[in-house]
Design a protein around this ligand. Structure first.
Ligand code: KIV
Ligand code: ZN
Length: 388
C-alpha cells in the first residue's frame, strides 16, 4: 500500500449506532453498508456481534451484502466475544476482528481492578485467540488517550508480536489536545518494535470538539487509518466525522495523503443516515449541515455572487450539493435580492431595485427568511406602486 494512503474505517453502524434512540434494523444497516461501499470506505465496522442477536444478524447479513470493504466485528478481549464475532463474520470476504481492552490507569484500576502486567497479558491472549479465527486482527487500547505512553508502547509491541495487524489508539474520552494526541502516535512510531509492519489507527471522540483535529494530527504523525462516522455521530458527543476528514485531506494537498472516498456521495449518505436514524444534522455542521453552503449576510452574498471563491473553500458539487444558496434576510443587500429575483424570473433594473428593496426590508424585518413566494408577492405589489 502507498505510504501516504489513509484507510477510512467507518463505524457508523457500531459506535454511531450507540447514540440513544438511533437503533437501526438489519435491512436499514444493509442499506447503509452498501452506500458506504459505494462511498469508498475501506473498512465497515458492522456491529458488536455478542451484544444482541439483532446485532449478530446484522453483521452476518452485511458480510454477505458487501464485497470490497473489510467487514469488522467488535469484541471485548473476552474469548466468548471473540468467538461470536468470528462466527458472525464467517461470510465476509475480508473479515476483521476488532478486540481489545482498556489500558489507562483509570480503566485498569476502576474497571478491571487489575494491574498493568495483568492487562498486558490479557491483551496478548485476546489477540492470540482472535488470530485462531482470522488473519486480520485489530487491537484497541481503550482510553489510550489517557494511557501512559511508555506502557502503551509496551502493550502495542506485545500485541504486534501476538499477531495484531492494526493498532487502534482510541482517545475514548475525547480528552487529548491535537498536539498531545499527535505526539502519542509519534512516540509509538519511534518506540514500538515492529510498528512499521502494522497500521496505526486513530479513533477519536468529540467530547471537547477535537475529534477531527485529533484524527488529522494523528495522520500527520504516522497514523494510516481513521475511524469515523457519517455526520460524526457516536457515543456521547460523537466520533470524528467522515465527511470532515475526507474533505480536509482533499483540500490540503500539503498533508500528502490520499483516500478512496468519492466525496460527491457525502451529502446523499449524510441524508440517508440522518433519515434512517431519525437524527437531524445540526444546520451549521461542516460539509453536510444545511447551512454549510448557505450565505446570508449582505457582505458575503455580494462577494459570493461576484465570485464563489470569495467565501467558499469547497465547491458544493464536490460534496454532492447542487449549488450554494443565497438566503434572504434583513441582513441581505441589494445584490442578493437582485440575484434571487433574477433566479425566479424577475430581472430588475437598478432603479426598480431601490424601490423593491424598501418593500423587501419591511417584510424581512418581520420574517426570519424571505421565500420565493414572498418575493412574488412583493413583486406583485411593487409594479402597481410604480404605475400609480
Ligand atoms: O472509543 C473507544 O475506545 C471505542 C473502542 C471500543 C474502539 O469505541
Ligand atoms: Zn469509540
Amino acid at each position: 500500500m502507498d505510504k501516504g494512503h489513509v484507510l477510512i474505517f467507518d463505524t457508523t453502524l457500531r459506535d454511531g449506532e450507540q447514540v440513544p434512540g438511533c437503533k437501526l434494523n438489519t435491512p436499514q444497516k444493509i442499506e447503509i453498508a452498501q452506500r458506504l461501499e459505494e462511498l469508498g470506505v475501506d473498512v465497515i465496522e458492522a456491529g458488536f456481534p455478542i451484544s444482541s442477536p439483532g446485532d449478530f444478524k446484522s453483521v452476518v447479513e452485511i458480510s454477505k451484502a458487501v464485497t470490497e470493504p473489510i467487514v469488522c466485528g467488535l469484541s471485548r478481549g473476552v474469548k466468548k466475544d471473540i468467538e461470536v464475532a468470528a462466527e458472525a463474520l464467517r461470510f465476509a470476504r475480508r473479515p476483521r476482528i476488532h478486540t481489545g481492552i482498556g489500558t489507562s490507569d483509570h480503566h485498569i484500576k476502576y474497571k478491571f481492578k487489575s494491574t498493568r502486567e495483568g492487562i498486558l497479558e490479557w491483551a496478548v491472549d485476546a489477540v492470540g485467540h482472535a488470530k485462531r479465527f482470522v488473519e486480520d486482527v485489530e487491537f484497541y487500547a481503550e482510553d489510550a488517550g489517557r494511557t501512559d505512553n511508555e506502557y502503551l508502547a509496551q502493550v502495542c509491541e506485545a500485541v504486534i508480536k501476538a499477531g495484531a495487524t492494526v493498532l487502534n489508539i482510541p482517545d475514548t474520552t475525547g480528552y487529548c489536545l491535537p498536539d498531545e494526541y499527535g505526539a502519542k502516535i509519534k512516540y509509538l512510531v519511534d518506540h514500538v518494535k515492529g510498528i512499521e509492519n502494522v497500521i496505526i489507527s486513530a479513533h477519536c471522540h468529540n467530547d471537547l470538539g477535537l475529534a477531527t483535529a485529533n484524527a488529522i494530527s494523528a495522520v500527520m504523525n504516522g497514523a494510516r487509518q481513521i475511524e469515523c462516522t457519517i455526520n460524526g455521530i457516536g457515543e456521547r458527543a460523537g466520533n470524528t466525522s467522515l465527511e470532515e476528514v475526507a474533505m480536509i485531506m482533499k483540500q490540503h494537498p500539503r498533508l500528502q495523503v490520499t483516500n478512496r472516498i468519492n466525496t460527491k456521495l457525502l451529502n446523499p449518505i449524510s441524508k440517508l443516515v440522518s433519515d434512517r436514524m431519525g437524527m437531524q444534522v445540526q444546520p451549521n455542521k461542516a460539509i453536510v449541515g444545511s447551512n454549510a453552503f448557505a450565505h446570508s449576510s449582505g457582505i458575503h452574498q455580494d462577494g459570493v455572487i461576484k465570485h464563489r471563491e470569495t467565501y467558499e473553500i469547497i465547491d458544493p458539487l464536490d460534496v454532492g450539493v447542487d449549488e450554494s444558496t443565497i438566503i434572504l434576510t434583513a441582513r441581505s443587500g441589494r445584490a442578493a435580492l437582485a440575484f434571487r429575483l433574477h433566479k425566479i424570473g424577475f430581472p430588475v433594473t437598478k432603479l426598480e431595485l431601490d424601490e423593491i428593496y424598501e418593500a423587501f426590508l419591511t417584510q424581512a424585518d418581520v420574517k426570519k427568511e424571505i421565500s420565493d413566494e414572498d418575493l412574488r408577492e412583493i413583486m406583485a405589489q411593487v409594479p402597481q406602486k410604480q404605475e400609480a
